[in-house]
Design a protein around this ligand. Structure first.
Ligand SMILES: NC(=O)c1ccc[n+]([C@@H]2O[C@H](COP(=O)([O-])OP(=O)(O)OC[C@H]3O[C@@H](n4cnc5c(N)ncnc54)[C@H](O)[C@@H]3O)[C@@H](O)[C@H]2O)c1
Ligand SMILES: N[C@H](CO)Cc1c[nH]c[nH+]1
Ligand SMILES: [Zn+2]
Length: 438
């Protein structure tokens, strides 16, 4: 037996029950926030020693120094060379698809000339240094190495520092091989909030970076939220989420596995099925009941489904889209006859998977689009990780003498309206120069 929440939009307390299910606060709460605040404080003030203490405590490392937690470049290459051919080929194929998609996201600079000869534009530059968090507490994620590092390389980031927990002190070989393929500059086997703190503040051994990207559990997500401002962050990419909208015509076993696929990441993961067909919800529940014992991580799935899993009955597919928009899930599968039509009603989702054949798991590994996606309803305002996260823009303004006269007159009026005399004089001097020359 397993537990899963059953809801219907027809029940009078639907809104309250849905809120309980999807609200971030209800699941993480103040204790986690206090723990993360303390870890960040310690790392900021005690540097390497704090990183080492927490790594020994949370990841059972035997290391005596943070230097010992750095993985040399030769070790990455060795992992790649020794990897079974099938795994090496799969990593290369996934990297190629991710790169092809990322290339299309690359922003270029542009400029245009106003009638007065002033040139206006935008210059695009890559970030200097980036810290990539690769999760690794409950599972190893070579795919996350590729998803984070490949777009950073496409953008032209100079220094990429990767952090990844190594439970028991043993780094995962496929993760190291992926780091070699992607071209990471430095790797430290440090995880959790202490890794985020080290990348944000810098320690004696781990360099501070300009921006931290990558997914992780609730501790990692909270740590990134807290260091924002000291460094840039990509988004809150916390415990995984899936929401499937199904018209009742897909094989229930397919949908059951799709729901499991995200639930197996974490006890805090979210897996929701929305359908107008109550009998189909029953069939999927039965398929889950039958399939669960075969799952290697059935304990994690069981906990996640009881906490943040739900089968929701709606009146029709239009109402299903409304529910999805309210939840703003990380992943949204549209397992319906006309997915493109339904997609037109979707406003908030990290990634949309269209049609019965598009299993979300394909996007996790190799379809091409990034699997680092906004969670905890942040898809209302955030986007998938992309090359644009590793690029920044500077405005370009190059005034001609005539442009300086024209703009100077406008600026002078506005500056005097704001009571800012120096601004006004700065503009007026160029106007006077231009008028004198006429
Ligand atoms: N949104 C995305 O794009 C995306 C992609 C891949 C994975 N994920 C998510 O990443 C997460 C991976 O989680 P994980 O746990 O396997 O690895 P993780 O690397 O995110 O977290 C492991 C670290 O958590 C810290 N930690 C664990 N328990 C702690 C405690 N009680 N107190 C303080 N720190 C503690 C430890 O430092 C440990 O190193 C999952 O939630 C998964 O759903 C999300
Ligand atoms: N589903 C995760 C993003 O939430 C990505 C992933 C990696 N490996 C398997 N899945
Ligand atoms: Zn996944």
């Amino acid at each position: 037996m397993f537990e899963i929440n059953r809801l219907s939009t027809k029940q009078p307390d639907f809104d309250t029950e849905l809120e309980k299910l999807v609200s971030w606060d209800a699941h993480v709460g103040g204790e986690l926030e206090a723990t993360v605040a303390e870890i960040l404080h310690e790392v900021r003030h005690r540097g390497d020693q704090a990183v080492l203490d927490y790594t020994r405590r949370f990841d059972r490392s035997q290391a005596q120094s943070v230097a010992e937690l750095e993985v040399p470049a030769a070790r990455l290459k060795q992992a790649l060379d020794k990897l079974p051919g099938e795994q090496r080929n799969a990593l290369h194929e996934a990297a190629d698809r991710i790169r092809r998609y990322a290339e299309r996201q690359k922003m270029a600079g542009w400029s245009y000339t106003e009638e007065d000869g002033t040139v206006l534009g935008q210059q695009v530059t890559p970030l200097d240094s980036v810290g990539v968090y690769v999760p690794g507490g409950k599972a190893a994620y070579p795919s996350s190495v590729l998803m984070n590092v490949v777009p950073a390389k496409v953008a032209g980031v100079e220094q990429i520092v990767m952090v990844v927990p190594a439970p028991g002190g043993e780094p995962n070989e496929m993760v190291l091989a992926a780091a070699a393929i992607a071209g990471v500059d430095r790797v430290f086997t440090v995880g959790g909030a202490q890794a985020v703190g080290a990348l944000a503040y810098g320690t004696e051994t781990i360099p501070a970076v300009d921006k931290i990207v990558g997914p992780g559990n609730a501790f990692v997500a909270e740590a990134k939220r807290r260091v924002f401002g000291v460094v840039g962050i990509d988004m809150i990419a916390g415990p995984s989420e899936i929401l499937v909208i199904c018209d009742g015509q897909t094989d229930p076993e397919w949908i059951a596995q799709d729901l499991f696929s995200q639930a197996e990441h974490d006890e805090e993961a979210q897996a929701i099925l929305v359908s107008p067909d109550p009998m189909f919800l029953d069939q999927v529940q039965t398929a889950m009941e039958n399939g669960l014992p075969e799952m290697e991580r059935s304990d994690i799935i069981r906990t996640a489904l009881a906490k943040r899993g739900a089968l929701i009955n709606v009146r029709d597919l239009h109402e299903a889209a409304e529910v999805a928009n309210r939840i703003a899930p990380e992943h949204l599968e549209l397992s319906v006859a006309e997915p493109e039509k339904l997609a037109g009603y979707i406003r908030h989702a990290g990634a949309i998977f269209l049609g019965r054949y598009t299993a979300e798991a394909l996007g996790d590994y190799c379809a091409g689009p990034n699997h680092v996606l906004p969670t905890s309803r942040t898809a209302r305002f955030a986007s998938p990780l992309g090359v644009y996260d590793f690029q920044k823009r500077s405005s370009l303004i190059n005034c001609s003498p005539a442009g300086a006269v024209k703009l100077g007159r406008v600026a002078s009026v506005l500056a005097r309206g704001e009571g800012l005399t120096a601004h006004a004089r700065s503009a007026e001097l160029r106007v006077e120069d231009g008028e004198g020359g006429q």
